[in-house]
Design a protein around this ligand. Structure first.
Ligand code: AMP
Length: 118
């Protein structure tokens, strides 16, 4: 899709620090990591989010890539968090289906924080 930053990475038009890839997905390190390990698993095909009409085989490929990314990044046994932000309340900022794999340091308890007054 024109103007989509992740489509540009998929097409090789802008660089990314690739972790692994296959026919359906590409995984690369987040440009603004929020954990010592912060890797994105991105669908090659453009879909806005997980609530889009995503083929089951692609959903499955994305989930299947999670342990492979964790292994490649050396966090399989220490543990990691997997996040899919969807829509405005989740602060999704890139509207191309992707999943975050984050780890490399012990996280605090509690999974989310909310904006003041909302
Ligand atoms: P989300 O807020 O769930 O849509 O996540 C989008 C993520 O993409 C953010 O964590 C950004 O830091 C990351 N990001 C944006 N542009 C790039 C890029 N060119 N290369 C790698 N990661 C990116």
């Amino acid at each position: 899709m024109d103007g989509c930053i992740f489509c540009m990475i998929v097409r090789g038009e802008i660089p990314a620090k690739k972790v692994l890839e296959d026919d359906l997905i590409i995984a690369f390190d987040d440009i603004a990591p929020q954990a010592p390990v912060h890797t994105l698993i991105v669908s090659r095909e453009h879909h806005a989010h997980i609530g889009d009409d995503v083929p089951e085989v692609l959903r499955s490929a994305m989930m299947g890539a999670v342990p492979r990314v964790a292994e490649a990044k050396g966090i399989a046994s220490s543990g990691y968090r997997t996040i899919i932000n969807t829509g405005p309340d989740a602060q999704q900022s890139v509207h191309h289906l992707h999943l975050h794999v984050m780890g490399g340091r012990r996280m605090a308890a509690g999974m989310v924080s909310f904006e003041e007054g909302r």
